[in-house]
Each structure stands twice: as structure tokens, then as C-alpha cells.
Ligand binder design. Structure first.
Ligand SMILES: NC(=O)c1ccc[n+]([C@@H]2O[C@H](COP(=O)([O-])OP(=O)(O)OC[C@H]3O[C@@H](n4cnc5c(N)ncnc54)[C@H](O)[C@@H]3O)[C@@H](O)[C@H]2O)c1
Length: 263
């Protein structure tokens, strides 16, 4: 049986860890050719090797700083030369730094905007012509529930993720207006079991305690496995979501639905 994204070429940023790695593997499993890119070249190579061990020749890796315009140009050319184009762009690379309005340093604020927002701007801007030449495709921007909800302790991160949410809608409407056949959606996961939560685990004392503390905030009582998100990414990457653009794909165990009163 053909995979759900059979024949598509997908570029994933931050593919060396966590959600990016899991997405790259899941997209390959569903038939896509993968460019696994990451600032950390070693981990990007590992992701591509994991995929090629199962699906020979399905993946290549690239060292790619997603904030760097020239790195973007190089990785998009790589996609063109190695796989003949680009259909799916997963803007996943990101960092998280906690802090409120009083504790956040300006340098931390700038770093968050650069890595979590500028990277998405460059990716969308520079990938667009490649995706048009490939007959269209799907851009998937990883935001967060903090791009929707307020949180006193994620001032810079939440602001960055809200910017990704808004940027996504603007790009979606631009592409629709020009009939590019390119869709653009944002994904809003709540806490996912990835190394991004390591610092919180260290602060709480153990990973187990940290995951439980966060799970207690979720109406469904659990935080996310990476697969809970990658199933949504496959849907957005595939033709199954052909009428979905500019949307906020929320995967949060009910977190943003409201609050549960004690009785
Ligand atoms: N883990 C969560 O709880 C959670 C929740 C909501 C959203 N997210 C978002 O999911 C995405 C993936 O995060 P994750 O949880 O897998 O984290 P992670 O730390 O496991 O992986 C992030 C990856 O991004 C890479 N990266 C960092 N800066 C980069 C740069 N400038 N250029 C290229 N790559 C860079 C890192 O090397 C790493 O491989 C992020 O956008 C994050 O904000 C995570």
C-alpha cells in the first residue's frame, strides 16, 4: 500500500532530536524522501542513518543553521539536486528559554526571536519558489500552546510562538491569493517528552517528577509522546489536508479548551 506522503520530498529542520527526528522517521515511513537538517551535524547524520537503515536512500542529512540565509540556500539546493524539488517544509528547529518580564535578559529575548521566529521567516521565504516549481506543497510551522495561551514564565518563548502563529496565517493567505497550491499551517503542541524539557526536569529534580507536574496541568492527564504530534504532521503534509490552510492544529490534551472548575 502506498504511504500517505509517497513521492513527496520533505525538509525537516531540527531533525537531530526530539520532535524533528520523530517526524523525519514517520514521514519516511509514509513514503517521503527526507532532508534531515540540524545545527548539530552529528545528530542530523544519525537521523538520516536511522532512516536509511530501514528505507535505503530515503534520507540525506545537512548541517544547517536555520537562522542563516546562506545555509537555507544551500540546503534547498541540496533538496533540488538530490531529490528533484521540495513539497513539505517542516519548520521545527527551536529552543526554549524560560523567564518573565522582570527576569528575562534582552540577549535571551533576542536569541529566542532569532532562533524561533527568524528561522521560520527564512525557511518560508526561501523555500517558496522551490515548492512552487515542484507543483505546490505544505509548510508546517511548529508553534506551541504558549503561542495561544498566556504564561507568565515564558515571555520570550510565548511571544516567538505567537509570532509563528500569525506569520503562518499571512503566508497561507498570500499563497492562496496567488494560487501557488502551497498550504501553510501551524502546529500547537503542549508539553512533549523531548530533550527540550531537560532543563525543567533538572529544576524539578527528576524527569519522572517533571513529567508528572506537567501532566497534572493537562485535562487528559498526560503529556505528549512525539508520535502524538507526528500523526498530525503526516496529516498536514499529505493531500488528506488539502483544504486546510492558515489553521492552528492544536494537540494539547485539552489544555487550551478552558479550565476545569473543582465541581
Ligand atoms: N518539547 C516540548 O514540550 C514542545 C512543546 C511545544 C512545542 N515544541 C516545539 O517543538 C520544536 C522541536 O522541539 P523539541 O521538543 O524536539 O526540542 P529538542 O531540543 O529535542 O530539538 C530541537 C532541535 O533543534 C535544533 N536547533 C536548535 N537551534 C537550531 C538552529 N539555529 N538551526 C537548526 N537547528 C537548531 C537542535 O539542535 C535540536 O536538534 C521546537 O520548535 C519547540 O519549540 C516543543
Amino acid at each position: 500500500m502506498a504511504g500517505r506522503v509517497e513521492g513527496k520530498v520533505a525538509l525537516i529542520t531540527g531533525a537531530g532530536s526530539g520532535l524533528g527526528r520523530a517526524s523525519a522517521i514517520h514521514l519516511a515511513e509514509e513514503g517521503a524522501s527526507i532532508i534531515a537538517s540540524d545545527l548539530n551535524e552529528i545528530t542530523a547524520v544519525e537521523t538520516a542513518a536511522t532512516i536509511n537503515a530501514k528505507w535505503q536512500g530515503a534520507a540525506i542529512s545537512a548541517k544547517h543553521d536555520a537562522t542563516n540565509e546562506n545555509d537555507w540556500k544551500a540546503v534547498l539546493e541540496l533538496a533540488q539536486v538530490q531529490f528533484g524539488g521540495l513539497h513539505v517544509l517542516l519548520n521545527n528547529a527551536g529552543i526554549s528559554i524560560g523567564g518573565d518580564i522582570e527576569s528575562t535578559e534582552f540577549a535571551e529575548w533576542k536569541k529566542l526571536q532569532e532562533i524561533d521566529v527568524d528561522s521560520v521567516f527564512w525557511g518560508c521565504k526561501l523555500a517558496l519558489p522551490y515548492m512552487r516549481d515542484s507543483g505546490g506543497g505544505s509548510i508546517i510551522n511548529i508553534s506551541s500552546t504558549v503561542g495561544i495561551l498566556g504564561n507568565p514564565s515564558t515571555l520570550g518563548y510565548g511571544t516567538a510562538k505567537a509570532a509563528v502563529r500569525s506569520m503562518t496565517k499571512s503566508i497561507a493567505l498570500h499563497c492562496a491569493r496567488h494560487k501557488y497550491n502551497i498550504r501553510c499551517n501551524s502546529v500547537h503542541p503542549t508539553f512533549i517528552k523531548t530533550p527540550l524539557l531537560d532543563r525543567f526536569s533538572e529544576a524539578v529534580g527528576s524527569e519522572k517528577e517533571a513529567y508528572q507536574t506537567l501532566a497534572d496541568l493537562i485535562p487528559l492527564g498526560e503529556i505528549l509522546e512525539t508520535e502524538d504530534v507526528t500523526h498530525g504532521i503526516i496529516y498536514l503534509a499529505s493531500e488528506e489536508s488539502r483544504m486546510m490552510t492558515g489553521a492552528e492544529f492544536v494537540i494539547d490534551g485539552g489544555l487550551t479548551s478552558g479550565y476545569m472548575p473543582p465541581i
